[in-house]
Design a protein around this ligand. Structure first.
Ligand code: FEO
Length: 392
């Protein structure tokens, strides 16, 4: 693939990873991804913004062949999907300087063994002149690591945002053509890597308020030539109150927990509470993460196995605890055969969650009418809590 022009002297170079299905050996990528790099040819200096994941270095480096020089390699983020080919670019353009944040400097040295003398650091708000074009660097920690920054091309009003506002979509179209599709992919991305840092993301959004942004060019997915909607979406994901929604990750071994889950779903819906169940045997955990962005309540459904929660339920709980969603309430339901410490074990796994725990409903064997009644009471309690908080 050849480099593609965005505006005069500004180009996309990148790699489309159509077949990648897992990121960080953790995050499902149902639609593949892209690694976007950009070149800005100023009247005096040429800057390359980021690189690509090293496994696609070969075809990507071919895109550099027409470039007479690279003076600066701006590294917005040290994670290897963007920094992984910096070493090879430096071999080809040994005079180039890697421009990055002070925190990223040591990361690039540790993770990629980039030599210290090749790196220059830039402070928050510092500018870099390319002659007739000027890059301004804005430190934006935790989008996605603590060292992350973005850059704003002042003359052309383009925000190069790296992971911020990104989406994992492999697409041939350079610009967003289907905002609904991108909305879901961007929300998935936010949920999986930025949701735990909402207060810092909010500060980063506030920092961008003073900039007139004509276009957002992220390092994953398509370019936003109409950026207002994705910025509005981020504001909502970060700061809007949770919705009148229960997210219900569950697993059932012999059907008893499934009966409880089905009963609770019906009881919640009858009381006007939305519910999104996720059978953990078949679910895409990215979908679960998206649901956690909005949910006011989490209910985990698990049988007791080997004296504790089913490992799939433990994994979902660990994930929810790590992602630190907005949820205010949590409960546990499930069946057991003879005993165990499921509730105690689960309670020890949610230390990051600022939730009120609603009375769990555990059942020995097949659910009895009393158990179904207890599930009705749980649904009543959830509906009342949501109403009290004004969640709609
Ligand atoms: Fe796309 Fe955090 O790297």
């Amino acid at each position: 693939m050849l480099k593609r022009q965005i505006l005069e002297k500004i180009y996309w170079l990148g790699a489309i990873d159509w077949d990648r299905r897992l990121f960080d050996s953790l995050i499902p990528l149902p639609d593949g991804t892209t690694y976007n790099a950009y070149v800005i040819e100023g009247s005096e200096k040429t800057a390359l913004l980021d690189t690509v994941d090293a496994h696609l270095a070969g075809p990507w480096l071919a895109q550099l062949e027409g470039l007479a020089k690279i003076d600066y390699i701006v590294s917005h983020h040290a994670e290897q999907d963007h920094s992984g080919t910096i070493g090879q670019v430096l071999q080809r353009f040994p005079q180039a300087k890697v421009v990055t944040s002070p925190k990223a400097k040591s990361m690039l040295m540790d993770l990629l063994r980039i030599p210290e003398e090749a790196i220059v650091t830039v402070a928050d708000g510092e500018t870099l002149s390319l002659g007739d074009k000027t890059l301004k660097f804005i430190h934006t920690p935790w989008v996605h690591w603590p060292e992350t920054m973005v850059s704003y091309l002042e003359e052309d009003r383009i925000l190069f945002s790296c992971d911020f506002f990104g989406s994992h979509i492999a697409a041939g179209d350079l610009y967003v053509t289907d905002p609904c599709r991108v909305y879901e992919a961007a929300k998935r991305y936010f949920a999986e890597i930025m949701m735990p840092f909402r207060s810092t993301i909010q500060k980063n959004m506030d920092k961008l308020k003073g900039y007139d942004i004509r276009m957002i060019a992220p390092s994953h997915g398509q370019i936003y030539d109409q950026p207002a909607w994705i910025m509005d979406a981020y504001r909502e994901w970060v700061a809007a109150p949770p919705r009148n929604l229960v997210v219900l990750p569950y697993v059932s071994m012999h059907g008893s927990t499934q009966i409880m889950v089905d009963h609770l779903i019906a009881a919640l819906l009858e009381r006007g509470v939305s519910v999104e169940p996720f059978n953990l045997v078949v679910t895409d955990i990215g979908k679960l993460a998206i649901s956690l962005v909005d949910a006011a309540t989490i209910v985990v459904g698990t049988p007791t196995v080997l004296a504790g929660p089913h490992p799939l339920a433990a994994y979902a709980t660990f994930l929810a605890n790590a992602l630190r969603p907005k949820a205010q309430f949590l409960s546990i339901i499930g069946s057991y055969g003879w005993g165990g410490k499921t509730v105690e074990t689960m309670a020890g796994m949610i230390s990051n969650l600022k939730v009120e725990v609603l009375t769990p409903v555990l059942c020995k064997g097949l659910p009895t009418p009393d158990v179904l009644k207890a599930l009705d009471n749980l649904a009543i309690a959830i509906a009342a809590k949501h109403k009290e908080q004004g969640y709609t």
